[in-house]
Design a protein around this ligand. Sequence first.
Ligand code: F3S
Length: 394
Amino acid sequence: MHLTREEEGMLAGEQGVATQKAMQILVALGKIYDAERLVRVSSVQVSGVSYKNLGDAGLEFLSELARDGRARVKTTLNPAGMSLTDWRSQGIERGFAEKQLQVIDAYAKLGVEISCTCTPYLAGNEPGLGQHIAWGESSAVAYANSVLGARTNREGGPSALAASLTGRTPLYGLHVAENRVPTVAVDVEAQLRLPEDFSAMGYHVGKAVKDGIPVFRGVGRASLEDLKTLSAALASSGGIAMFHIEGLTPECNLAPRSLETLTFSRKELAETSSLLNDDGAPDFVSVGCPHCSLAELSTLAQLLEGRQVRREFWVCCSREVKRQGDEAGYSRLIEKSGAKFALDTCMVVAPVEELGYRVVATNSAKACHYLRNAGLKVRFMPLEECVMEATRSE
Ligand code: F3S
């Protein structure tokens, strides 16, 4: 792989130990994927933040890098395993909290913005069409490539951080225009009325397409919330990092004429929704996977106004969107109902299974997928039904 003189210097340790380690990671990746050179990135989203997933080995790795490493481009952070300020009221144990705060300290020393959200594009990190970025967090990757038209591969925690410390990433995969072309068409015959319908469709298509690039035909229109949850679901049941929607997403014209075609009809919609429902009454309700938008906070405020929640109810969102919700008066109505904002974290990366809950109701197919993997039962339902479930007296 070709390196510039400056990049050679980074690799030789001229710019410090952390930069050298970061460059070693990028060069190794570049060789594996046969990248011709590195490309400069304009932003990074780092995943691998929850101590639940990082453990002590991850914390040690970060602490070493933080000795002399420094982010060179705007770098935002994925959710952590708890709220950084209200972890006690979330029932998080002190031992876990202390380790999680050490992880956050290391990221702060590295110059990473402690944004702790999986929707960085709603919190000030919104790259534009054609910009090269290096993002980890599969739902945000799919959204950035597909909806924003930025260019990123699905980075892991170390490779995203390496991109941040050097300002570069290997030029391969979805950084290259010819690799962004659809590989399969999905004719959408089902009526997609709610974001949860998009979530179910993403879950179904992700399983079928695995790591291809679907182009959806016949969708008509889609809201930010529809696209956000579609991105997450596609990337959870499969490894999809990019999709197109005919007439809607910025690179949908890349579609070749003839493609293998799948159909998503009412039948697949009903089957997927039922597949994501286990038995049992929910004892925990959570929405905001991916983290809620301001419009979702508005809907929640309307639904919860004058009602009281009767079981644990988490509304996951970024501090930035919560701030906007405060200004608009939505947060007050939500909190008055007894629902809790889960800032900096979510129902998947927090150790919910250790808090004693057994059955989680949520409006996200992605959350259902990962919560099941963690041994919990799940109930997939629209946002409005989540509120009904949380406020049901029996
Ligand atoms: Fe975000 Fe957690 Fe879902 S990180 S996409 S809310 S699993």
